[in-house]
Design a protein around this ligand. Structure first.
Ligand code: DC
Length: 223
């Protein structure tokens, strides 16, 4: 089984790069952030305060999340409904960055992720893939970029549902820095760069160039 594990902060290009790599190698791309976002959406829809850990934990066993691939594109189902296109608002980003810190939330999502990795070739990207979910993956990468560049990407992202423009740059950058802080300092599965991951900074290179580095490593390893 080919398992490619990619971690990195929000906006570092993991998703775009993983799409290119998955296409080129004809394997699945699992965007794990979307699963954590689905939990966030569930909390919003059920009026559950993400800061109230007890309330979050008491509902988590009822959260029904499924992954499907339609023409190779990942779709996320919540309670049987395709919610993929509703996962990328700032509200969902904010709520899920709080709820993803809870160990029980991580257990639920980690088990979905491991099931996929055991059954198909996959490029899986997130925050704790190289460290916790697939520590033994043969191919491990850490993607990075400066907060400013990531904020610009966020504003230009076609999935951006908040109609952001360059006037919002300072605010978006500040939110990214705050989310990084939360992801990197939480007790359970913080975002870390493992010693055996290849580090790639994409400030000055394109997603295609980053993808080529990864594809070449995998092709070398599979010879
Ligand atoms: O990659 P993203 O921005 O879509 O991730 C959304 C949130 O989920 C973000 O706050 C970090 C969290 N996340 C996580 O904790 N672990 C992962 N493997 C992926 C995402």
């Amino acid at each position: 089984m080919i398992n490619i594990a990619i971690d990195g902060p929000s906006g570092s290009g993991k998703s775009t790069v993983s799409d290119i790599v998955a296409n080129k190698l004809n394997i699945l791309h699992l965007n794990t952030g979307a699963l954590y976002r689905a939990v966030g959406l569930y909390l919003i829809e059920h009026n559950i305060d993400p800061n109230n850990e007890r309330d979050v934990l008491s509902c988590i066993d009822q959260v029904r999340i499924e992954l499907k691939y339609i023409d190779g594109i990942q779709r996320v189902y919540l309670e049987g409904v395709d919610v993929t296109d509703r996962l990328y608002s700032l509200k969902v980003s904010d709520v899920c960055s709080i709820s993803s810190a809870y160990p029980k939330v991580r257990e639920l999502i980690t088990s979905i992720q491991r099931q996929v990795a055991e059954t198909v070739d996959v490029v899986m990207e997130g925050r704790d893939i190289t460290s916790v979910v697939l520590p033994n993956a043969k191919y491990k990468f850490y993607l990075d970029a400066s907060a400013r560049i990531r904020a610009i990407r966020r504003i230009n992202d076609t999935k951006n549902q908040d109609h952001l423009n360059m006037d919002d740059l300072a605010r978006v950058e500040a939110e990214i820095i705050e989310r990084d802080r939360r992801d990197q300092t939480r007790e359970t599965s913080p975002l870390i760069r493992t010693a055996d991951s290849i580090y790639i900074n994409s400030d000055n290179i394109t997603a295609q160039e980053v993808s080529n580095i990864i594809i070449n490593k995998v092709k070398e390893g599979e010879k």
